[in-house]
Design a protein around this ligand. Structure first.
Ligand SMILES: [Zn+2]
Length: 333
């Protein structure tokens, strides 16, 4: 029989939370120099990589906007190659409010599920597809992409390094943050970080998606900026003098986690048995972590890591409740 105690007690108000850092006004960045609004590319005029740092793939994930705004304020310019700074889903961001900060994630659909040729070249029409089609020529020429995100629930920052070894190796060289997640994305559509050469193991192109922390946390803004600095340092397109003024973070010991599979929601009565927010490690295999209707959901292996459990607003049949992962490094024992 169901027990009311089984229902997850919220650790926070998932819909109303403080935004602890200033959310920038993006109006000064509207007129880009690329012909695409809110996209700026600085070209050193010397050979080198094209590095792209992008914010607001999700319009409510404002820590990325904070970090990119700061990079603009520091007048970051490449000494070789090219640097693109961009704000992606600006139409969604236009709906952002401090009172309802969770409500501006997208307008018509998830901008981060449309990055495949079949959708971009297809007949679909949405605010997000239109914007992705605008950004596509820039994304397609980037050698290195850092996509800045944050999370609905408070959890440690995690780098989403994608399915290939090259992603893990880049995350290792960045040395930030502690948790590095290997995954192959979602059945519902392709992410920008997996587009074209980024998702091709034979390509030298590489991309990262960083989940910096809970959307409004001060630390999420700090992680977004620190990760951007580490990314720029690793890219090699800036002179050392920039980092003398704006030091990149020292590397930290990292944990590498391989996502094995998602837990898909079957009923409209999916509830976690504890207020999980993400990156919890469940030691014993067979531990019940949730119920989907009357069916218990148990961990399938030892030391199972819960990767980004869904907030209540996305607890719907067909959605992913949580992804499960194994710690692959450091090795157990
Ligand atoms: Zn996001």
């Amino acid at each position: 029989m169901r027990q009311s105690a089984r229902f997850r007690e919220p650790a926070m108000d998932e819909e109303r939370y403080p935004t602890e850092f200033p959310v920038p006004d993006l109006a000064p960045y509207r007129r880009g120099n690329t012909g695409i609004d809110y996209v700026h590319t600085f070209d050193a005029g010397k050979p080198g990589l094209h590095v792209m740092i992008n914010a607001l793939t999700h319009g409510n994930e404002v820590c990325g906007a904070y970090a990119v705004d700061q990079l603009f304020r520091w007048n970051v310019r490449p000494a070789r190659g090219k640097l693109t700074l961009s704000f992606a889903n600006v139409d969604a961001f236009a709906r952002f409010s401090l009172e309802r900060p969770a409500n501006s994630r997208w307008v018509d659909e998830d901008f981060n599920r449309v990055w495949s040729a079949d959708k971009l070249d297809g007949p679909g029409m949405s605010v997000e597809l239109r914007r992705a089609r605008e950004l596509r020529p820039v994304v397609a020429t980037a050698d290195l992409l850092l996509d800045l995100h944050s999370m609905h629930l408070p959890a440690p920052a995690e780098m989403i390094a994608g399915p290939h070894a090259k992603g893990r190796e880049l995350a290792r060289r960045l040395g930030i943050p502690t948790f590095v997640i290997s995954d192959s994305g979602f059945a519902t559509g392709s992410r920008m970080r997996d587009y074209g050469g980024f998702g091709d193991p034979a390509s030298a192109k590489n991309a990262q998606l960083i989940e910096c922390g809970q959307h409004g946390e001060r630390s999420a803004a700090e992680v977004a900026l620190a990760t951007s600095l580490a990314f720029l340092r690793e890219s090699g397109i800036l002179d050392a003098s920039f980092f003398a003024a704006h030091p990149a973070p020292a590397p930290v010991p990292q944990r590498f986690i391989q996502v094995t599979h998602p837990i898909l929601i079957k009923t409209d009565r999916f509830v976690f048995d504890a207020p999980y927010t993400g990156m919890e490690t469940i030691a014993k295999a067979g531990t019940v972590i949730a119920h989907d209707g009357d069916e218990p959901v148990a961990t399938p292996y030892e030391d199972c890591v819960l990767v980004m459990p869904a907030p209540r607003r996305y607890m719907k049949p067909g959605y992913t409740a949580v992804r499960l992962g194994r710690v692959v490094e450091p090795a157990a024992g």
